[in-house]
Design a protein around this ligand. Structure first.
Ligand code: NAP
Ligand code: MG
Length: 493
């Protein structure tokens, strides 16, 4: 039985200052399996008192604990050991992630492999944080030093629970920060399981604290806390805007990874078969609960009708099923709230556009938050289903005439997270790549994501970058040091 789980009921405690604790109020809240709608765990309902305790622990660990003097090599080795623990426990973690989120087990296994790779990557990067010698015109040495920002508050969503935790914790620890992480209320389990290994891999108490609670009562006090130096947030644009305002009073560093309404653009010369797969994969993977989902499918007119028909035929074959079934390609949505939200957009879509496929609940399941993969076509880019992030398996297909119009439609969105362009013409592809205002642009693919390459958005998709060396930079301050080499007085007075 892991340290944070009491007896045989899955009642978790949370991990603060190297100890498993209940919330100060002793309140808990339930966690569900979205395929069965049953409660699978109880977790502590943390509020401002618990946030204060966790922040005090993280501050002490940063200022007074051994972590502050750990060498970069030592920090790196901690991350390597954590990566190994994750790899050794992939099957258990993937199963828990799949049960809690509803995502297909095969996708959950990919996620956990990515988690391990993320810790490993930043383990290596810990020893590559470099300073700089500045060429000042004086008899002096001017240095640029990189230092950890300090205490980082990290708030994550429910679509990739452990992976989002890794994207936050790994670079912060490589940089030498200490952390308080709040998982999404729907999906706190895998990150609590991971906390079982934090002491074993060599993290001193207080370096990583995991607190479970709700956004308004646990997330907000973390954002407002004066001893938290930085907030890293992944979630909706609506909450991101609140966070920026709440962080202003203490002038915190903030990075935001928000939502999107990403265009997936198909020119008539694209490889047709690959294009159809790319359109479906781009929007239906992870039940469409993906920030970079290719939810606006822009198709050039000569292939438009054929494209909608072929997408529809293939969508009929997408296998919905139990998350733990290895043949399942789409599981239930994560929660009742998310189900209601997606269902309501399916209804909005029926009024705004033509329905090619789906449009309702997946009625073959007696229980669970299952919706049909849904394809709307003849959508105008001003429709709500083309402008608002649905965060579910709802595709909106929009026709376009030429390259110029495709780029115009693509950029006509408050968001700018990701985009993809499908064509056999490298010149056309690169013209589009340069013209599209988005943080990630794929050519002839959609969704591959690597820890070595930057991730983040333009416009209302947020600011700051995660992954790669960019990710670690967001947890570092820059200090300028000037060392005078003139032995004589400065001769001013
Ligand atoms: P959300 O409602 O914005 O919540 C995200 C996190 O913020 C949760 O932990 C939430 O707590 C917390 N929160 C809510 N209100 C808060 C407040 N006032 N102060 C502080 N924290 C608060 O998003 P979600 O529904 O979990 O996730 C879906 C969204 O995440 C989508 O918009 C998606 O595009 C985005 N996303 C973006 C990326 C990316 O890399 N750009 C990746 C994944 C997801 P609760 O759990 O209690 O609500
Ligand atoms: Mg929420």
């Amino acid at each position: 039985m892991p340290g944070g789980v009491k007896a045989d009921v899955r009642t978790y405690q949370m991990y603060v200052n190297g100890e498993w604790v209940d919330s100060k109020s002793n309140k808990t809240f339930p966690v569900y399996d979205p395929a069965t709608e049953e409660v699978i765990a109880q977790v502590p309902d943390a509020n401002a008192d618990d946030v204060n305790r966790a922040v005090a622990a993280a501050k002490a660990a940063f200022e007074d604990g051994p972590w502050g003097s750990a060498t970069a090599q030592e920090r790196g080795r901690v991350l390597f050991r954590l990566s190994e623990k994750i790899r050794q426990n992939t099957a258990t973690l993937a199963e828990l992630e799949s049960r809690n989120t509803g995502k297909p087990i095969v996708e959950a296994e990919f996620d956990i492999a990515d988690v391990a790779t993320c810790f490993e990557y930043y383990g290596g990067l810990a020893t590559k944080i470099l300073g700089f010698v500045n060429p000042v015109p004086d008899n002096a040495v001017s240095l640029t030093l990189k230092e950890p920002i300090g205490v980082a508050g990290q708030i994550i969503p429910w679509n990739y629970p452990l992976l989002m935790a890794a994207w936050k914790l790994a670079p912060a620890l490589a940089a030498g920060c200490t952390c308080i992480l709040k998982p999404a209320e729907q999906t706190p389990i895998t990150v609590l399981e991971m906390a079982n290994w934090l002491a074993d891999v060599g993290l001193p108490p207080g370096v990583v604290n995991i607190i479970t609670g709700f956004g308004e009562t646990c997330g907000a006090p973390l954002v407002q806390h004066p001893d938290v130096n930085k907030i890293a947030f992944t979630g909706s644009a609506a909450v991101g805007k609140i966070i920026v305002k709440q962080a202003a009073d203490t002038v915190k560093r903030v990075t935001l990874e928000l939502g999107g309404k990403s265009p997936n653009i198909f020119f008539a010369d694209a490889d047709f078969e690959a294009a159809i797969d790319g359109a479906l994969f781009g929007v239906f993977i992870n039940q469409g609960e993906v920030c970079s989902a290719g939810s606006r499918i822009l198709v050039q007119k000569p292939i438009y009708k054929q494209f909608v028909d072929a997408m529809t035929e293939k969508a009929k074959k997408v296998k919905l099923g139990a998350p733990l079934d290895r043949d399942t390609k789409m599981g239930p949505l994560v929660s009742k709230d998310q189900y209601d939200r997606v269902r309501s957009y399916q209804e909005v879509g029926k009024k705004e556009a033509k329905l090619a496929f789906g449009g309702g609940r997946a009625e073959q399941f007696a229980k669970g938050y299952y919706v049909q993969p849904t394809i709307f076509y003849d959508v105008t880019n001003s429709a709500r289903i083309a402008r608002e992030e649905i965060f579910g398996p709802v595709a909106t297909v929009i026709p376009f005439e030429d390259e110029k119009e495709a780029v115009k439609i693509a950029n006509d969105s408050p968001y700018g997270l990701a985009a993809a362009v499908w064509t056999r013409d490298i010149f056309k592809a690169f013209r589009a790549v340069k013209a599209i205002r988005a943080g990630i642009v794929w050519v002839n693919h959609m969704q591959p994501t690597y820890v070595e390459a930057p991730w983040g958005g333009y416009k209302q998709s947020g600011f700051g970058r995660e992954l790669g060396p960019w990710g670690i930079e967001e947890y570092l301050e820059t200090k300028q040091v000037y060392i005078n080499l003139n032995e004589a007085p400065i001769a001013w007075y």
